[in-house]
Design a binder for this molecule. Sequence first.
Ligand SMILES: NC(=O)c1ccc[n+]([C@@H]2O[C@H](COP(=O)([O-])OP(=O)(O)OC[C@H]3O[C@@H](n4cnc5c(N)ncnc54)[C@H](O)[C@@H]3O)[C@@H](O)[C@H]2O)c1
Length: 239
Amino acid sequence: MSPLAGRVALVTGAARGMGLAHARALADLGCRVIMVDRDEPETEVPGAVVALTDITAVEAPDELLRIAQNECGRLDILVHNAGLMHDWRTLDATAPSDLDRYLAVNVTAPYALTRAAAPLLRRSPYGRVVFISSQWGQVPDGHSYGYMISKAAQLGLMKALAAELVTDGVLVNAITPGAIHTRMVQDEKYDEEVAAVPLGRLGRPDEIASIVAFLASDASSFITGQVIAANGGALVVGI
Ligand SMILES: NC(=O)c1ccc[n+]([C@@H]2O[C@H](COP(=O)([O-])OP(=O)(O)OC[C@H]3O[C@@H](n4cnc5c(N)ncnc54)[C@H](O)[C@@H]3O)[C@@H](O)[C@H]2O)c1
């Protein structure tokens, strides 16, 4: 039998890139997946429910939880993956209000969605929350204040949720990818990004999805409040 058969996972930003890879990996393990995105998925995932939703909309958490409850009857795994591209601007070029859209997608929306999902996650014997943060949440990137601050804030939110939800057996962790080959790594930045990775190549979405699958599985049953870095060696050489 598939190891996660009968469990339901909701993945945000699942239309393409890493989110699509997480959805596929979880479906391969037997999960019913709810794929949330503003856009239609680039490819189908077997058995998945597609929710075309902007996660920053005020009504999004209730709408998504209604889908989980009505169409799947439960929710076990929540993957906060949706995100926005860097805007490559310095301090002088960044107005305080430029931070808002990053904080909305990376912090407020995952907070609101986890809050709405908490009753179902607490009811699950397998409750899991996984944040896709970034290596730029661990070290400064000098490119994008909104991106960097909101990705660091995700790690704080992850730890706060882990501390509160652990009493109900819900495990909350984060992954901090380095440069991964998706649309977020723009073509004109490709060579520069590859040059910065000691392993000599960009990561693949499935290399992050396999960590999501591990954190969603019973194999991670004693891990919570942790950050798993996957960056091809970038942080070990101080990039
Ligand atoms: N690609 C990288 O090098 C890299 C590195 C570290 C972290 N990350 C993070 O990984 C996650 C996935 O990134 P990716 O590279 O696959 O990017 P991507 O641009 O390919 O995919 C992001 C997805 O999120 C969706 N999305 C954005 N805002 C949304 C909203 N308000 N509501 C619903 N959906 C929304 C987009 O439509 C898109 O499908 C992001 O959080 C990103 O910050 C990416």
